[in-house]
Design a protein around this ligand. Structure first.
Ligand SMILES: *Cc1c(COP(=O)(O)O)cnc(C)c1O
Length: 385
């Protein structure tokens, strides 16, 4: 067999022989078309419409979050969540180097600097031990523990549930509490994923979701801020809607704020997608179990399963390959040549142009994960048949 052919054969056995199979294709049915048409007919296409409230209440019910505030995308949701958590200019925020660049960009938009930390190979998420080591070597100050590597106070920790697999946020929250800093969960990829029986994104002080086109539920573009705190929820709503004071006709605004609220048109799509989310989740579990049993027969390839004690949404199914980056690239070459859209993990954030000048912690686990993981076709429709 030529390089990568073994993985290609396993993928073909699971996904069938379509000439092109995308990595994660949105599933849009007649229901979505009806809701969007209803929204268009109402003419309330911007952020004043009823679909936004219906979508928010639906996400609250689904996740168990006491408050959900719909915004324009996951990046803006994270920026606002960080600002509400008290992050500002001069601060450091701990983030995993193994993440999509939005995690770090939101920190920058909030005026702070990301401090990149290693991942746990078991969960693919921020390593609790690595965060503990950073905090152990920090010096207490009124602005928060001062990072020994940068001399700046650490004002928040942003764990990210990688590919939908939950990390141990409960342990991170306990650790952060000892140092009096908040945890803001980037749950952009983990709608439907549980730690124990608690939904990811509802464990830290604030959490965020993304509804970009490639996520498990899409609104075209969109995001959600989750919190149990009544005052933070009120502030989130206020500063994402231009800080306008309620009045029947006056335009009075009490601070410089954002126009970040989700348009009603996008929420209409979200309402329909949310109705179908349980079916998407079931399909993805079925797909994951098919991959898992097929890859048990492929030497040097391990299908990544949910960490013990968690339930993953399997947003992106992935395999970890032995043989380093050369083997990974052979597999990417063979699968993409054959029309199967496979992708590596995102390039590590501490090496990306906007961030490579910053100090960072040891990131050797993340480097190995980056060199060895390939994400494989994960659309729910692949298991619908
Ligand atoms: C998708 C994603 C986001 C948010 O992305 P938007 O495109 O702004 O909605 C944030 N963090 C992670 C890890 C993501 O995968």
């Amino acid at each position: 067999m030529s390089p990568g052919e073994d993985v290609l054969a396993a993928l073909r056995d699971v996904v069938g022989d379509e000439p092109f199979v995308g990595l994660h294709v949105p599933d849009i049915s007649e229901l979505e078309k009806r809701r969007v048409q209803e929204c268009l007919d109402s003419t309330f296409v911007s952020s004043v419409g009823a679909f936004v409230a219906e979508f928010e209440r639906g996400i609250e019910q689904f996740t168990g979050a006491p408050h959900a505030i719909a915004v324009s995308n996951g990046t803006s949701a994270l920026q606002v969540a960080l600002e509400l958590a008290g992050v500002g200019p001069g601060d450091d925020v701990i983030v995993p180097t193994l993440s999509f660049i939005a995690t770090a960009n939101a920190v920058s938009h909030a005026g702070a600097q990301p401090f990149f930390v290693d991942s746990d190979p078991e969960t693919l998420g921020l390593s609790v031990d690595a965060v503990a080591a950073v905090l152990r070597s920090a010096t207490p100050s009124p602005r928060g523990p001062v990072n020994a590597a940068t001399g700046r106070p650490i004002s928040a920790i942003v764990p990210m549930h990688t590919l939908g697999h939950p990390l141990r946020v409960d342990e991170l929250v306990a650790l952060a509490a000892e140092h009096d800093i908040p945890v803001v969960e980037d749950a952009a990829e983990s709608l439907g994923s549980l730690l124990g029986d608690v939904h990811t994104g509802t464990i830290g002080r604030l959490g965020i979701l993304s509804f970009n086109g490639n996520k498990i539920l899409t609104t075209g573009g969109g995001g959600m801020i989750l919190t149990a705190d009544d005052e933070l929820a009120r502030r989130a709503r206020h500063i994402t809607t231009t800080a306008k004071l309620p009045h029947r006709w006056e335009f009075e605004h009490d601070e410089v704020a954002y126009n970040f609220r989700m348009p009603n048109l996008n929420a209409a799509l979200g309402v329909a997608q949310l109705e179908r989310l349980p079916a998407f989740l079931a399909a993805k579990r079925l797909l994951a179990s098919r991959y898992s049993s097929r890859f048990a027969d492929v030497a040097g390839a391990t299908f990544l399963t949910e960490p013990v004690g968690t339930r993953s949404n399997y947003w992106l199914c992935a395999v970890r390959l032995e043989g380093g980056r050369a083997r990974r690239d052979e597999v990417l070459e063979a699968t993409n040549d054959a029309g199967l859209q496979c992708r590596p993990m995102w390039n590590l954030l501490h090496e990306q142009a906007p961030y490579r000048h910053l100090p960072h912690a040891d990131v050797s686990n993340a480097q190995a994960l980056h060199a060895e993981i390939v994400c494989i076709p994960s659309s729910p429709a692949l298991a619908a048949s």
